[in-house]
Design a protein around this ligand. Sequence first.
Ligand code: FAD
Length: 385
Amino acid sequence: MSDTAATAASELDALRPELDAWLDAHHDELVADHVGLGSLDQQMAQLSKVKRLLFDAGWMRRGWPERVGGLGGSPLLRAYLGEALQARDLVEPGIYSMTEVLAPTMIDYAAPELAATMVPRLLRGDETWCQGFSEPGTGSNLGALACRATRDGDGWRVSGQKVWTSLAQYSQRCVLLTRTGTAESAHRGITAMFVDMDSPGITVRPIGTMHGAEEFCEVFFDDVVVPLDRTLGDEGMGWSVAMDLLPYERSTALWHRAAYLHRRLQQLLDVADDASLDPAQLGEVTQLLYAFRARSRGTQHRLAAGEHLGPETSIDKVLLATTEQAVFDVAADALAADVAMADDAESERWRSQYLYSRAASIYGGSAEIQRNIIARRLLDLGSDR
Ligand SMILES: Cc1cc2nc3c(=O)[nH]c(=O)nc-3n(C[C@H](O)[C@H](O)[C@H](O)COP(=O)(O)OP(=O)(O)OC[C@H]3O[C@@H](n4cnc5c(N)ncnc54)[C@H](O)[C@@H]3O)c2cc1C
């Protein structure tokens, strides 16, 4: 074991009992006011409350660099914090994970003063940020994005549209990808920037989903001025920003999601009649869940060892999508009438999460695209041209 890995392991061993004891002692303050899943407004309010309490007590600062308001230490501490919150049903995993996706990108690419000012606001739950990558027609084919930014004095002027932007209606800031090169410049002509969502010219229109929440939005930019010092990396480096962000979306965030799936499968076993559970299906889903967690554990340890994560995290994403859908397939079969029809809060929660699980093979890069990456970049199976 390397020195870094040994230090990370001992930090984690020390943190676990301390954090568990604190979470148990503060349960009444941390627990949600609402019953069941709650509305998205309620989930967002709960998330802000929990992050504020955790930040003020120091837990939300563990595993983040001191230069952005953290207390230092291994990223494994963040992995365990999210796991412990999932084990107690304190926050919804998807909205909690946005911090794991966007804060590391700001730390890597924003000017140091900007990151030092902004990241603590996200960690403390004072702000929500969104990720403005996808556009109509350019989700998988991100290199073709068209939202245009042109230089104007000390800033950029941005015009165009984004879509599927999660939580944009709650967000104070957006990590935005724009086209600054020619239309033909593909991935070479993309620039990333950090945009204030209250800038004049931004319109946000929430979109309803089949699971019953307006989780994502269309976002329109009409001649929006963005100061030059909000550029993330250099002009034309947006592709690197995006490629470095995606592995974060598939590392600590997925460990948290694995903890959530483990919790939900356990809760299903607690409430379902034995007769309604198919042993073969249960065996398969258990094996999938443990394979996904084992894979994700390896990824957390590579991240903690300072390794640069890359296309191999596509394997984690494929495993997540397969596992999440399998877990909720078992729930939908075992609790069929409740998931389909019942109005009580628990049935609504199973129904909503079953429907949301269908999106697991789309968000963060579709399953087909991940398999293409695995085939071409990891297995060297060539291109499809
Ligand atoms: C719940 C949810 C939240 C999201 N949040 C955000 C967000 O916050 N920010 C953001 O920017 N985006 C977000 N997205 C968008 C997401 O990243 C895109 O939906 C995803 O990348 C797919 O892009 P698309 O929807 O344009 O589909 P398309 O790219 O049009 O793909 C349609 C279908 O064709 C398949 N396909 C496309 N190209 C190929 C190919 N070359 N080979 C094989 N199959 C192919 C795809 O796998 C898919 O099945 C979110 C999506 C969901 C579902």
